[in-house]
Design a binder for this molecule. Structure first.
Ligand code: B12
Ligand code: SF4
Length: 434
């Protein structure tokens, strides 16, 4: 007897964008198209789709761009992928399907960090990487023997990773339609606000360059976003060697590559010229919990540290890589002077594209765990855990001071900025169906 066909509906829930709900920032969003964009969902769902056997039908509803959910669809299960800002909506969707007798499977960074909480809304929760357990989940679903927790026993070998099935995004319209490309997993750095070491382990695993190229060649577009900031860590022996060998292969293809980083970058101008030659067009740089970012945003930053920060920005820009700064505010070592310091820094470094976010105590991060221990979490209305709202008691600010500082950073930074300059990062990828 052939096994019955299974139908699984994949859902990517909606989340509030940074600036959503802050009425006074709406003119700024319209003009510069920052802080409120949508893009294709993370790679979890297309990777699982690629590992799904042909007799299982999977289709995606992207609730984040307002695609309607068919609550009465006849499906065997609903599989939802989400990070923390989506958790409230994910649970609402999960509860509604379970009330109709549909089985619900949850996965992604939030359920990985809060499996017990997620289990209150699901038949099964995937904790950690999905690739090693997805086949088992589907066969247990078919056999009616779904377990509550699926947790891979070892770390997934990225050489085995398939090309994500991005066709599940076809026909959907995003305001920024660049696709994501994964190159590593795991990170030894343990920045206090980041859940990646908990989710993926402390060793960096590399996806073979050949496989990355195969992935890039499978895409009809020339713009994409390499999601792993680990590739910019200043380790010449291993990490840079890997990145530069990738860049040798991407060079000369007319690509526009968006890289991500922290301020842990190599102060070597030649390195940025090589990245540019490989097709790198933008450097999305988070000023968060790494040492140099913290020093730049603290009152006792030295002149040498300040200059080191400016030099890194200029090395990117001078090589022709558009620097996009993402500044986190509200950490334990900042004080209300941080707002002026950030503006002074962006001014002196001549940064023309930036975003500002409020540090948030995400589950599974040392910052989140510490604040939880100290009883400083204000609420768990996850809709507001989108880094555009204050959800904890800050140490050196009042809650209102932090929120007002956040809003005026956006206003002051973009005051008088030429939108043609800020928008050059998004050129060619805005508002295009994927
Ligand atoms: C792409 C991305 C985005 C995109 C999202 C795309 C979209 N649709 O809009 C954009 C740029 C918009 C974005 C925004 C934000 N992001 Co973001 N983002 C990422 C990034 C870089 C990659 C995501 C990805 O593709 N990962 C790779 C896939 C394969 O991993 P995965 O989704 O976890 O899936 C695996 C498993 O979890 C599991 N799995 C996943 N889903 C499912 C489902 C089922 C059913 C099963 C069985 C398994 C399973 O299997 C998969 C394969 O192993 C991650 C960092 C990272 N490396 O993950 C941060 C990350 C997810 N972002 C993060 C944050 C904090 C944000 C922001 C809230 C804040 C900020 N300042 O950036 C903003 C949102 C701001 C706002 N409110 O507008 C945090 C999340 C923390 C948290 N607990 O929520 C991360 C982890 C970054 C970090 N290091 O802290 N982000
Ligand atoms: S923010 Fe980047 S460098 Fe820091 S722990 Fe997370 S993945 Fe590693």
């Amino acid at each position: 007897m052939p096994s019955p066909q299974l139908r699984v509906r994949l859902i990517y829930p909606r989340f509030r964008k940074f600036l959503e709900g802050h009425a006074r920032l709406q003119p700024l969003i319209q003009k510069h198209q920052v802080g409120n964009y949508t893009m294709p969902p993370p790679l979890g769902l297309p990777l699982l789709a690629a590992l799904t056997p042909p007799d299982v039908e999977v289709q995606l509803t992207d609730d984040n761009i307002g695609q309607p959910i068919d609550w009465d669809e006849e499906v065997d299960a609903v599989a939802i992928s989400f990070f923390t800002p989506q958790a409230a909506r994910a649970y609402e969707i999960a509860d509604a399907f379970r009330a109709r007798g549909v089985r619900v499977i949850l996965g992604g960074i939030h359920p990985t960090c809060c499996p017990e909480e997620a289990l209150g809304h699901a038949d099964a929760v995937c904790v950690g990487e999905g690739e090693p357990v997805w086949g088992e989940i589907l066969s247990d679903l078919r056999a009616g023997t779904l377990r509550s927790i699926y947790r891979p026993t070892g770390e997934y070998d990225l050489a085995q990773m398939p090309v994500p099935r991005r066709e599940i995004f076809a026909g959907k319209e995003y305001s920024w339609s660049a696709h994501l490309v994964l190159v590593t997993r795991g990170c030894p750095v343990r920045c206090t606000g980041c859940p990646i070491p908990l989710k993926e382990g402390l060793d960096i695993r590399y996806r073979p360059v050949e496989k990355v190229i195969e992935d890039i060649e499978s895409m009809p577009y020339k713009q994409f976003y390499i999601i792993d900031d680990t590739v910019m860590l200043p380790n010449k022996r291993r990490i840079q060697k890997y990145l530069l060998s990738l860049m040798e292969r991407t060079a000369g293809r007319g690509l526009s590559i968006f890289l991500a980083s922290t301020m842990m970058m190599d102060p070597d101008p030649e390195f940025y010229r090589k990245l540019k030659a490989g097709g790198t067009s933008s450097m999305y740089t988070v000023f968060g919990f790494d040492r140099l970012s913290r020093r730049l945003m603290s009152a006792d930053c030295t002149a040498a540290e300040w200059q080191a920060g400016i030099d890194l920005v200029r090395m990117n820009e001078d090589a022709g890589i558009h620097f996009f700064g993402s500044f986190g505010i509200g950490t334990e070592d900042q004080d209300p002077g941080v707002f002026d310091r950030i503006l002074q820094f962006t001014d002196e470094a001549r940064i023309d594209l930036a975003e500002f976010y409020i540090e948030t105590p995400f589950p599974g991060t040392p910052f989140g765990m510490e604040l939880e221990k100290q009883g400083r979490i204000l609420h768990r209305n996850y809709d507001l855990w989108n880094t555009g709202n204050v959800v904890f008691k800050p140490k050196n600010f009042t809650e209102d001071e932090l929120l007002q500082g956040f809003l005026s950073l956006w206003e002051q930074f973009y005051d008088g900025k030429d939108e043609n300059r800020t928008l050059r990062t998004f050129e060619g990828v805005a508002s295009r169906p994927v």
